[in-house]
Write a protein of this length. Structure first.
Length: 312
């Protein structure tokens, strides 16, 4: 990556802070824009005194970007159900109005811009694994729709801006990601399972646990995001995730084993619109970006367990 000045909206969140750390190590000047709704300033505290790091407390929906950035990573939006369902109207505003705002700046300053989209745009998919050509199966009025439909609309905005204005866009469809730096209480399945296992509390599974998921370690995802930005003139959506499938029940059992926990598994009623299967087809990323996730689930879980064991 050659650019020097980089803006990361949502840079105080889980993925954002990890991305910023890598970009700073590569020698770039990084500016973070985050209103700290779900992000935390403590996550970026180690960077605050660095000369090549700037933090701005602001909302991507209406913050005036008044200087040029070579690259904009638009990561701003709550990503866990417990977070984005707290204020669904603000969630969809962040995706749509926030996208319009950063796209306007990218056009004005001729910046390259990456949209952090999501596997949620596939909804409860009817095919598996999900390829980028699949249009999805989304409930437009469900509890998750503020996030799902917001991200789908943001993809439309990015692609139409590319078509109409020539904006140099990138779209990453991010599947479940985990690793050190996660908020232990953000409601995501891996953080929930690990924290409860370490505390000896029952691990709660919604439904039967037969839901199939795949989990990508944070280091692999960051590598994919950077490779996508570096790919010249590449405007197609790209799945970034680990295609190794596991049922939620088996994931819970793996975590119990790795934590040596005596926690029991407690089954709860299923939640609305919870996808049955979510597995990425990453052949496009492999072929076009030369990207493949390298960290196994066991290795990644052990690193994540070690991190949580130190902070809870």
């Amino acid at each position: 990556m050659k650019p020097k000045n980089i803006l990361v909206t949502g840079g105080a969140g889980f993925i954002g802070t990890s991305l910023c750390s890598v970009l700073l190590e590569l020698g770039y000047h990084v500016t973070v824009l985050d209103n700290l709704t779900t992000g935390s300033k403590s996550q970026i505290s180690k960077h605050l005194d660095k000369k090549n790091f700037t933090f701005i407390n602001g909302n991507v929906v209406d913050f005036k970007i008044n200087r040029k950035f070579d690259v904009i990573f638009n990561l701003a939006c709550p990503a866990s159900p417990i977070s984005y369902q707290k204020d669904p109207l603000e969630t969809i505003k962040t995706s749509i109005l926030g996208s319009l705002n950063v796209l306007s700046a990218a056009d004005f300053f001729n910046s390259k811009i990456l949209q952090a989209s999501t596997s949620e745009i596939y909804g409860d998919p009817l095919i598996s694994p999900q390829h980028e050509n699949y249009w999805g199966n989304v409930n437009p009025i469900g509890l998750r729709s503020c996030y799902d439909e917001g991200k789908r609309a943001s993809e439309t905005l990015f692609v139409d801006s590319c078509r109409q204005k020539g904006t140099d866009v990138r779209i990453a469809r991010i599947f479940n990601t985990y690793g050190p730096g996660m908020n232990p209480f953000d409601g995501r399945v891996i953080s929930n399972f690990i924290v409860r296992a370490l505390q000896g509390k029952p691990i709660e599974i919604y439904g039967t646990g037969s839901q199939i998921r795949s989990f990508c370690f944070i280091d692999d995802l960051i590598d994919g995001l950077i490779k996508l930005v570096d790919k010249i003139g590449y405007h197609f959506p790209v799945n970034l995730g680990n295609p190794d499938p596991v049922s939620i029940l088996n994931l819970a059992q793996e975590i119990l084993e790795l934590t040596n926990s005596n926690s029991i598994i407690h089954f709860l009623p299923p939640v609305q619109d919870d996808p049955v299967t979510r597995i990425p087809d990453v052949s496009r990323a492999s072929t076009d970006l030369n990207w493949t996730p390298l960290v196994s689930r066991r290795e990644g879980l052990l690193k994540t367990i070690s991190y949580f064991d130190k902070i809870i």
